[in-house]
Write a protein that binds this ligand. Sequence first.
Ligand SMILES: N[C@@H](CCC(=O)N[C@@H](CS)C(=O)NCC(=O)O)C(=O)O
Length: 226
Amino acid sequence: MEEGNSTTMMKLYSHPMSSCSRRVRLALYLKGLNYECINITSIGDPELLKVNPMGYVPALVDGTTVVSDSYAILLYLEEKYPQHALLPQDIMKKSINYQAASIVSSSIQPLQNTTLVHYIGEIVSPDEKLPWAQYHIRKGFVALEKLLANHAGKYATGDEIYLADLYLAPQLDNAINRFKLDMTEFPLLLKLYKIYCETPSFQQIFAEPPQQIDKSLFNFTKPQEA
Ligand SMILES: N[C@@H](CCC(=O)N[C@@H](CS)C(=O)NCC(=O)O)C(=O)O
């Protein structure tokens, strides 16, 4: 494993259940980079706020460089540590990767983020949280199923793991295991999810978090509503 910086190890502020953190953990794994994983213990963790004023995970500290937001972190890692390229050379395939990543990061994940789903529960009704999340995930998945139909191989855009897979795998896990989305109309996405579950790089992000991790931070149901 390579170290991010000759003197200090990279630090990733993360949470095992955060899909945005999982994208970055996948990239670090694929690029063979060592890092210290700091799992946040509360939303609004003061340590996290120091590196990301938005209070979201992930945030990366690499020597004197501090980067938050998974997209920025992935671009940074790709440029600084080019091993295991996250993008294919082919411009058309590259554009499909950008598009898949953008659908997940802009049109799905923010609409099913824990804070927003809890807010919907408060201003509309707790019963609306699940349908709300399912509606927005489904809408994005309809687009992704069509987008990838002519490009998928073993993975989303061929037989190599690229950016699209880094975004898809954690989002599929959220949809299937957290939000119980019916996947019948998404055979390709379901097939990809099954492949991810059998692939070691993805298995490490799907692994059950250690016992001391507070899973409720990223549950869409607050403990009092469970
Ligand atoms: N665009 C940001 C989104 C970050 C984000 O929404 N992170 C989620 C976890 S996936 C989070 O910290 N949620 C806590 C909250 O909702 O307060 C990124 O890609 O890093």
